[in-house]
Design a protein around this ligand. Structure first.
Ligand code: BGC
Length: 335
């Protein structure tokens, strides 16, 4: 499997065609010490056999759809339930498992860029419509790693694409990211219903809850609390509702590591961001540097629309119709 590289004067990003998986992002700290800041494996072979969501492009609908069911214009669709009773990240054969077509492209704003494309046929995983997807991975000279998605469909369908790297700014394999500091421009979040296994449909203020990251605080300070929403998933696995959403690109959050001093800003034009502290990592798998992948080995920051949006009228629109263009930009900027 070929490894593609995006490189500027200080940063190097490697990815593969399977799932568009980002397998490493090498970033210097202030003293010039370079670390690979995404959770993963040391070899391609382990990557291909390991957790197929690490650094991968997820779709056609990233995150959960309750019971795998949705309806468009009166027609009912049933997707597979690959996450207990829910559909997760596009199903058993999601976009993270596909071999994307990769080509180098020249775009003015990037030092280097690749286009990843995929055709998902009508009926793929039971989703309606033939969906044509293009994702640009671009690196600017000021250390912005830009992921720009576009898609169009032949029939009305649902769509929510995202990228799934887990960040540990102290270097993957160097312990947990619990000590990282997080700021989120989100005054609300979508709590989870234990019964549904995903958002209840409520939109709740973060004020006076552990989910209040409107002022910078450590991930650990939220995860250590006894709040029932934290205990339910042994950490954070929640969608945050970004403030002042208007479809333009805005700062969604800032992650920083006090130990190395590395800092990453996340920008998006999407209404939500899923923060996941990796509760399912239990140390039984070996990752980079031969170190066990422990809980919160890294933190996922997935820009997207809200979970189960196709089933909630008051959630952002998840339907893409023929003639429309799905657009989504996510920027991870290393400062
Ligand atoms: C979800 C987690 C899920 C994980 C799988 C995340 O996006 O929020 O609940 O376990 O993906 O890798």
């Amino acid at each position: 499997m070929q490894v593609y590289t995006l490189k500027n004067k200080s940063i190097e990003i490697d990815f593969i065609a399977r799932g568009g998986q980002i397998i490493s992002i090498k970033v210097p700290d202030a003293k010039g010490n370079v670390a690979d800041v995404v959770v993963g494996y040391d070899t391609i072979e382990e990557t291909l056999n390991g957790d197929a969501y690490f650094g991968a492009l997820c779709g056609r609908y990233a995150n959960r759809i309750v019971n795998g069911e949705f309806e468009i214009e009166g027609e009912k669709f049933q997707l597979d339930c690959n996450n207990e009773t829910n559909h997760l990240h596009g199903g058993v054969d999601g976009f993270n498992r596909r071999n994307w077509k990769v080509s180098a492209v020249e775009i003015d704003r990037y030092v280097q860029a690749y286009q990843l494309s995929l055709v998902s046929e009508d009926g793929d995983q039971n989703y309606p419509g033939k969906l044509e997807v293009s994702v640009i991975y671009g690196l600017t000279d000021d250390n912005q790693f830009v992921i720009a998605y576009e898609a169009q469909t032949s029939k009305s369908t649902v769509i929510n694409l995202t990228s799934h790297p887990y960040f540990n700014l102290n270097g993957a394999g160097n312990g947990s990211a619990m000590n990282h500091e997080l700021l989120l421009n989100a005054s609300n979040y979508t709590p989870i219903s234990a019964e549904l296994g995903t958002t209840s449909g409520d939109i709740v203020l973060v004020k006076d809850t552990p989910f209040d990251f409107t002022n910078t605080k450590t991930v650990e300070s939220a995860c250590k609390t006894d709040h029932e929403q934290i205990r339910m998933f042994d950490g954070i696995d929640h969608n945050f509702v970004l403030d002042d959403f208007d479809g333009t690109i805005k700062l969604a959050g800032v992650l920083s590591d006090p130990e190395s001093g590395r800092k990453m800003e996340v920008y998006t034009d999407q209404p939500g961001i899923q923060i996941y502290t990796g509760a399912h990592f239990d140390g039984s798998e070996i990752g980079k540097k031969g170190a066990p992948i422990i809980q919160c080995a890294g933190l996922a920051m997935e820009t997207q629309i809200f979970p189960n949006s196709p089933n909630y009228e008051h959630f952002p629109n998840a339907i893409l119709r023929p003639g429309e263009k799905y657009k989504h930009v996510c920027i991870y900027k290393f400062c």
